[in-house]
Ligand binder design. Structure first.
Ligand code: 3IO
Length: 339
């Protein structure tokens, strides 16, 4: 090597080490695609945007999250397998849409009186951590949360069990079992298909948490709410295992550190937003809220008693400790509701 070229080599090396090289020494930015099934204004997408903002901030911009609401990347029923297969790095699933697949975590949608979304979200997360159900073996869980308790939203008033008889109402999973026990004609479909079904009259109402009266404008069609406060719908945010394994350790730490916080945040957001939605529906769309007398509520609840017993039996047939899972949920409700 000539003296002159050696000189330039040394200069280049100094430039590289001192950071003036045109090639940045910093690791490449990680970019992740996050799929969600319902429209952007709904709570699963609101929590997704909150998580994106916090992750991008807490990783100092080393991670970029690209969000896909409204089923533009993956739809409700293809979400779990789509994430496992890597069609999206991250996805949000409603476990009620595949009840047989998520037996343990769907036990939170038995009629066990989870009082609100914040309590329920922390109960679900604890239950998941305790049992580590194999349904989630192929993914990394980033958080879990639940809706507020489900109530009836309908075109015609529902004040008696006889009003429900044969009525076409939409629900999924644990909530669907409850509608059946009350004698309604339960129609199963994801929330993302419900606006069209209501519009076309395929269903005459739905059974879910009440924030959708505002977020999906169901108050324009469903003029009646019947307060039953029975079961929640459980959700999980899951990540492709390969995408997770490739993340730098400090990014993994940030995501792990947000699992519980995101669960509580989403529960609190949901509880607040349900109150908002009821007030808005009454004021803007003259929606009537029907409450059941204690006597009637007892009559409605009595119909639900066999559901938990039957779930325990089915779980035990699958080799799961059904009895213990139900007891654990009851204990966890007391633990988290006390706070
Ligand atoms: C739900 C699902 C997507 C968007 C808003 C929502 N509010 C309550 C749910 C629960 C659910 O999955 C359902 O199907 O009722």
């Amino acid at each position: 090597m000539k003296k002159a070229s050696l000189f330039f080599c040394v200069l280049a090396a100094i430039a590289f080490v001192s950071g003036t090289s045109p090639v940045p020494a910093q690791a490449k930015k990680v970019s992740l695609n996050y799929a969600n099934f319902p429209p952007a204004p709904t709570f699963p997408c609101v929590q997704m945007e909150r998580w994106k903002t916090e992750i991008e901030k807490r990783t100092d911009g080393a991670v970029q999250i690209n969000t896909f609401p409204g089923g533009t990347l993956l739809g409700a029923k293809e979400m779990m397998d789509g994430v496992i297969n890597g069609q999206a790095d991250i996805g949000c699933i409603c476990m009620a849409y595949q009840p047989g697949r998520f037996t343990v975590t769907n036990a939170t949608s038995l009629p066990l009186n989870i009082p609100d979304a914040k309590t329920g979200s922390l109960v679900l997360l604890d239950l998941y951590n305790k049992y580590q159900p194999e349904a989630f073996d192929k993914v990394k869980v980033l958080t879990m949360f639940v809706t507020a308790p489900a109530n009836i939203m309908s075109k015609a008033p529902v004040a008696e069990l006889s009003d429900l008889k044969g009525l076409d109402l939409r629900a999924s999973g644990g909530a669907a079992q409850i509608l059946k026990a009350w004698g309604a004609n339960q129609v199963g479909m994801p929330m993302s298909d419900t606006p069209e079904a209501l519009q076309k009259g395929v269903v005459k109402g739905l059974f879910s948490s009440l924030e959708v009266m505002k977020d999906l404008k169901f108050a324009e069609i469903c003029k009646y709410i019947t307060i039953t406060d029975t079961v929640i719908y459980p959700f999980a945010v899951i990540m492709n295992k390969g995408s997770w394994d490739k993340l730098p350790d400090d990014v993994k730490q940030v995501m792990d550190g947000m699992i519980q916080e995101q669960s509580a945040w989403t529960g609190e957001y949901m509880d607040r937003h349900v109150s908002d939605s009821i007030a808005w529906s009454k004021k803007e769309h003259q929606v009537e809220v029907i409450t059941l007398s204690a006597e009637k509520k007892a009559e409605w609840n009595a119909r639900l008693a066999p559901i938990t017993e039957s779930w325990i039996k089915t779980a035990q047939e699958k080799g799961l400790p059904g009895d213990r899972i139900v007891k654990d949920i009851k204990t966890l409700i007391e633990k988290h509701a006390a706070k």
